[in-house]
Ligand binder design. Structure first.
Ligand code: F6P
Length: 336
């Protein structure tokens, strides 16, 4: 009789068991996801200790996006790059915090390219609100050299994507393009265990996530759309509620599990939108689509955007497919 407690399936076991979905797989995708899990654990450890070891607050620098760099932003960025650089799985990376593509020396380069946002929602760091790392995985194109086009490519070419949220618990969600699966870090043994498999987004939204303070800059359709959603409520019943954290990754995660639509339109202030195509929109759009949802920039799929620059931005509407279609309909109606 075995006296071992059954903790369940670890991230590595799960990824390896799914490898048979891809006959051409040689184990490197599994190794990469395991290493991303390792980076997540290292970042989670730093986030947990942030208040104790005085790594709250800003570094005093601004990043390539013109935003204040928080100390934890820098720590998460350097940790993710260091772990992936040594993984043997990656040929190049692109980070929201870096100006240029980060190349891995040919001796240690692997078959994948990863674009990532090391710490999304970092304006929330000092308030102990959930933040997270978002990543997109592509297959490297050429064996000989890494080109900018290895990174500047539409999101539909992703072979994997995911995020790690540092919240009340640390969770890792990833998709291999077939299912969306969720793992929770057991801090007592430092291992991610599978806690939800094949997540599907609820068919309609109960939650509305957007920053309403941007209303003065909104395009014409946004106010009527928001009013339309709110009009589902009446004295008898509240059918929709506002939920907005201001950490995209945490807003998306809640909406994925509970059914919610997230909007960040391109407005008169941001002009092209605020959220980054490569590091935020593409990976979350890939996950949304695999979970049965949708992601649009207003006139089409996020995953069909052909990025011109590493730090391109876009409007983002992401959630249940029916809600995203309704937004596109409002946009059409108001721009006709
Ligand atoms: O892109 C970073 C980010 O912090 C997202 O996580 C979040 O959704 C968004 O910016 C919040 O922007 P704003 O403060 O303009 O609502």
């Amino acid at each position: 009789m075995s006296l071992a407690v059954d903790f369940g399936v670890t991230l590595t076991q799960h990824v390896l068991s799914r490898q048979s979905r891809f006959p051409e797989a040689r184990g490197q995708f599994s190794a990469l996801l395991t290493q991303i899990g390792v980076a997540g654990k290292l970042i989670a450890a730093q986030v947990r200790r942030a208040g104790l070891i005085e790594i709250w607050g800003a570094t005093g620098e601004t990043n390539v996006q013109g935003e204040t760099v928080q100390k934890l932003d820098r720590i998460a960025n350097d940790t993710f790059i260091d772990v992936l650089r040594r993984s043997g799985c990656v040929a190049a990376m692109a980070s929201e915090e870096e100006h240029e593509v980060i190349e891995v020396p040919p001796e240690t380069a692997g078959g994948y390219v990863v674009a990532f946002d090391p710490l999304d929602g970092s304006s929330n760091i000092d308030a102990n609100v959930s933040i997270g790392t978002i990543f997109a995985i592509y297959q490297r194109r050429s064996e000989d050299e890494v080109l900018r086009s290895d990174v500047l490519r539409p999101g539909r070419e992703q072979v994997g994507a995911g995020y790690i949220i540092y919240g009340p618990s640390t969770v890792l969600v990833y998709t291999d393009g077939q299912t969306v699966d969720l793992f929770t870090l057991d801090p007592s043994c430092g291992e991610f265990f599978l806690t939800r498999e094949n997540i599907k987004m609820p068919a309609r939204s109960k939650l509305l996530s957007l920053n309403e303070s941007n209303e003065p800059y909104w395009p014409a359709w946004t106010r009527p759309y928001v009013d339309h959603v709110k009009s589902r409520n009446d004295a008898e019943k509240r059918r929709v509620s506002s939920r907005h954290i201001g950490s995209l990754v945490a807003d998306f995660h809640r909406n994925l599990l509970m059914g919610g639509i997230f909007l960040y339109p391109a407005d008169a202030r941001t002009n092209v939108g605020k959220l980054r195509v490569l590091y935020e929109c593409n990976p979350l759009a890939f996950i949304a689509e695999v979970a049965g949802g949708a992601a649009s920039f207003g006139q089409g799929r996020i995953l069909d955007i052909e990025p011109k620059g590493l730090h391109d931005r876009t409007g983002l509407f992401i959630g249940p497919a029916a809600d995203v279609a309704e937004i596109e309909e409002f946009i059409r109606r108001y721009s006709a």
